[in-house]
Design a protein around this ligand. Structure first.
Ligand SMILES: Cc1cc2nc3c(=O)[nH]c(=O)nc-3n(C[C@H](O)[C@H](O)[C@H](O)COP(=O)(O)OP(=O)(O)OC[C@H]3O[C@@H](n4cnc5c(N)ncnc54)[C@H](O)[C@@H]3O)c2cc1C
Length: 490
């Protein structure tokens, strides 16, 4: 029986876009359905008053040689202009500034200089973090499809030596290696892990923490023109290879026949069929909304209920004069305003400044600034208190920023804010949770949700499935999904 498309992709986030672009390029007949008016999901951007803001991500991995974004761009024959952020990203705590360098020796020297008495608390376990990260990257490179061909048994037989330390480590947390007493170092490491794994050192899965703590040696990157240049390159690749993108088109249901996915029903009732479906709509929406309860395995439903509570973010977008920027700030800064490690909301800010010479992002002498802070998702709801609460958060954040920037209020010429409700509205992510599953041992790596679901012809991509949160990892899931379908059909 004929089907309308080879592949229907639900959602134009980085995962959905990457899979769609690669499959279109490889000759598949692709339809990408996006409920919003634009592509990008958490990586959308918006333009106001001469400024171009990334709504979310500003600093990411994957553009190093052999990195997943490089591999995708190469296959698509697409180009973007990027820079490695080396020494221009760092953490500010008390009067200290700790910069992240790609050169190990320089980074280690920075830690030694900042904490002359206690530097060993961080540096001693670093070789182990590097060893584990190398093993993970090596397996990911050699087995570019997860779940692996031939199942996990065959994977173990082929890579036993490398997998053994990974299996042992998968039950551990970063705190099993890091024994930190110095409160400043504790806050610094907890904060870095919290923004990347949603959990502190004592809970953050060791393997994920190893990748996070060593990524700057491989490279952290930003894009000239912001993350939208990557999004636009993927959109262009889909279209130029004959793929179709339909915006403002919400999928209401994934349709199954005899347990196999065969199409989708849109919000307007239209039914479209395909040989396979890739969902970038998060595990929660896919399993709990797009499929009926009886269509989802009981074990999966139970696992979904056990996921620990993810965090949300509150963001301010500012158009700011260069005069406001103190010399201590780099382009990317995590700033700790207190050393209290158990208190994240309102105490740690991530501030990204567009590069001074990127005039696509801000007029001359100005910077497009994104300020991100963590917030409890349960505090937010679109009820009668919402607007007041948003105003209070804006005021509170401005007070914090007045302590960081020079003459802050006089130097702003644009300000807007996004709450978890804004992210929920624009991406449909439940409660506006934006970073996938918190990376604790019970839910990280192969214990997370795989790309290939138990439902035939249904794959999932994005930051709630293997490997987890972030731009590079969401792209990696799209890359794996495209490879799975290519191997299956061709
Ligand atoms: C404020 C913020 C800061 C961040 N900072 C960083 C960072 O510095 N570095 C980093 O690497 N990562 C960062 N991230 C995380 C990163 O952006 C995300 O992990 C990644 O972009 C998620 O991509 P995704 O493929 O899961 O799709 P999403 O971004 O979740 O997009 C999914 C898309 O699917 C669409 N959709 C959903 N349901 C349907 C439906 N039923 N029908 C049709 N369409 C649907 C949505 O509208 C959306 O466009 C940040 C995120 C945010 C929000």
């Amino acid at each position: 029986m004929a089907r309308d498309f080879d592949v229907i992709v639900i959602g134009a986030g980085i995962g959905g876009l990457s899979a769609s672009a690669l499959l279109a390029r490889r000759g598949f007949k692709v339809l990408l359905l996006e409920q919003g008016a634009k592509a990008g999901g958490c990586c959308q951007s918006f333009q106001r008053n001469g400024y171009l803001f990334d709504v979310g991500s500003t600093l990411f991995a994957g553009l190093e040689e052999e990195g997943v974004l490089q591999r995708i761009l190469k296959e698509l024959k697409a180009r973007i202009v990027y820079q490695q952020v080396d020494g221009n990203f760092g953490i500010l705590i008390g009067d200290k500034k700790i910069r992240f360098f790609s050169q190990r020796a320089r980074f280690f020297e920075e830690i030694r200089r900042s904490f002359p008495k206690d530097y060993r608390e961080i540096l001693e376990p670093y070789p182990k973090f590097e060893e584990l990260a190398d093993l993970v990257w090596d397996i990911l490179k050699k087995e570019p499809i997860f779940p692996p061909h031939g199942g996990y048994r065959s994977l173990i037989t082929r890579h036993f030596k490398k997998l053994q330390p990974l299996f042992i480590s998968q039950n551990l947390v970063a705190g099993n290696l890091l024994k930190i007493k110095n409160p400043e170092i504790k806050r610094l490491v907890d904060g870095y892990l919290f923004f990347n794994t949603q959990r502190e050192t004592s809970q953050s899965a060791l393997l994920n923490a190893s990748l996070v703590l060593t990524q700057h040696f491989k490279g952290l990157f930003s894009l000239r023109g912001g993350l939208q240049t990557f999004v636009l390159a993927l959109v262009e690749a889909i279209k130029s290879n004959g793929g179709k993108i339909s915006y403002q088109t919400r999928v209401d249901k994934i349709l199954l026949k005899k347990g196999e996915a065969f199409g989708v029903r849109l919000a307007n009732g239209e039914v479209i069929s395909s040989w396979s479906i890739i969902s970038d709509a998060t595990i929660w929406n896919t399993f709990e909304k797009l499929l009926d309860e009886e269509e989802v395995n009981k074990r999966i439903r139970k696992k979904l209920r056990q996921i620990p509570q993810p965090w949300g973010v509150f963001c301010l977008y500012l158009g700011l004069s260069e005069k406001a920027i103190p010399p201590k700030l780099m382009d990317f800064n995590q700033i700790h305003l207190s050393k209290n490690s158990s208190h994240w909301e309102g105490n740690t800010l991530f501030i990204s400044l567009s590069p001074l010479d990127d005039f696509t992002r801000a007029p001359q002498g100005k910077r497009a600034v994104t300020v991100t802070q963590l917030t409890f998702l349960d505090s937010w709801a679109r009820d009668s208190t919402y607007h007041q609460m948003k105003e209070d958060y804006i005021k509170r954040t401005i007070r914090l920023l007045e302590g960081i920037f020079f003459d802050f209020k006089r130097n702003i010429d644009f300000l807007d804010a996004a709450t978890p409700c804004t992210f929920e509205n624009h991406t449909l992510r439940p409660k506006g949770a934006i970073w996938g599953i918190p990376q604790v041992p019970q839910f990280s790596g192969l214990r997370g949700f795989p790309i290939k679901t138990e439902i035939k012809n249904l794959l999932m991509v994005g930051d709630s499935v293997f490997v987890g949160k972030g731009v590079a990892t969401s792209a990696l899931s799209g890359y794996y999904a495209a490879n799975l379908l290519t191997d299956y059909f061709i």
